[in-house]
Design a protein around this ligand. Sequence first.
Ligand SMILES: NC(=O)c1ccc[n+]([C@@H]2O[C@H](COP(=O)([O-])OP(=O)(O)OC[C@H]3O[C@@H](n4cnc5c(N)ncnc54)[C@H](O)[C@@H]3O)[C@@H](O)[C@H]2O)c1
Length: 422
Amino acid sequence: MQEQIKKLFAARKEIYENLAELRIDTGQNTPEKAVKLIIAYLQGKGELQYFYNNRLNQIEDVLVDLGNNSYHIYIGPGILKQLANYLQKMAPDAGQKIFLITNPTVKNLYGREITAALLTGSYRIIWGEIPDREEAKSLNEAARLYDLAFARGVERRTPVVALGGGVVGDLAGFVAATYLRGLPLIQIPTTLLAQVDSSIGGKVAVNHPGGKNIIGSFYQPKLVLIDISVLNTLDRRELVAGLAEVIKYGVIADAEFFSWLEENLPKVLALEPQALIHAISTSCRIKAGVVQKDEREEGLRAILNFGHTIGHALEALTKYQAYRHGEAVAVGMATAANLAVHTGLLAAGEAERLKKLLGQAGLPTDLPPSISGEDLIRAMQRDKKVQLGEIAFVLPVKIGQVEIKRRPSAKWRELIKKACRI
Ligand SMILES: NC(=O)c1ccc[n+]([C@@H]2O[C@H](COP(=O)([O-])OP(=O)(O)OC[C@H]3O[C@@H](n4cnc5c(N)ncnc54)[C@H](O)[C@@H]3O)[C@@H](O)[C@H]2O)c1
């Protein structure tokens, strides 16, 4: 009899798995014991392993493996609607508060959907709204959110949900890291840049009048939820800017992914779900892999800055007005590739492939004529990541592999100037 049940189960396993939205690991328990465990879990009295049916919902699951600070990134369509399910583990009690930080643009687009999704779990939302601009990443705005948290009785276990682009994510993360010495943080990134970059890896910060991201910390989220559907409302320019980071991952770590992008970029730009999920999950996996090896940027993590040394200088020189961050990074990557060709590290054909792909995405690759190589070098030397006067460059040696080169800037001056004028 038992053998027959086992056989039947094996034959039907796939159907069972595809049918259920949620699977619970009941171990070897009897049905009665399993039900008791589930009830205890729902009352917040016990632990339970459960899995969402990722195949049914086309949800990708990327683990960021950081020991006690590990977390999952779920990527797919319609995740916002499932928010209460995902929150359940962190906030199991009915009526529990959620401190939801967002901006008016995102609230207008998704506030109603979020409210409806959280009603199913009877959560109470404390809305923390911040202005929709980079200047919101300030100590003043953080203080305003602390006041709100205090007035509304936010407690140690109240989850902070960051719903928005990188600005919301960085500020909400900073508040979560500091209020009551740390609240559980959930990132729900809504721009492509935030989905593939800023929501993962735990860098949280606010700006200082002296520079961007000067005041901050490493504070990992407990969960990252990426709903690809929200990209439908994103401005085209923002989407394309985010693609610069996606292309970056191919160059720094994955030649196969780069080739896939060369083939499939039009599908990504057309927001085809399968292509988007692949592009975003591969990017997240690559970032997670790097962060796992070097959480606090003591070495390897610097490869994520490919294109950023020049990109940051370009943003600063144009007073953060002319370029979106991703666009400046695209020019930075193209210029760094030129530099790698001049130093004999990279074959010219590989640099051309990169520039072609960036161009196809609609990203710039050339420095504006108004900015000289000399301007750029001066701006790079002011970058907070410059150590002992040396500019660290992440240079590709081939598509899929980069090296970090630290050289006295004097020796590199001429090469950099040459690289700027291709
Ligand atoms: N922490 C990190 O590791 C890290 C990494 C990279 C960048 N950053 C930071 O990220 C910030 C930039 O983030 P960003 O590029 O996401 O910009 P952003 O947060 O300013 O968002 C861009 C615009 O898109 C709007 N928006 C967001 N989601 C939308 C949606 N789904 N539909 C329509 N509009 C939407 C926003 O309201 C905003 O106007 C910078 O402050 C940068 O320093 C942080």
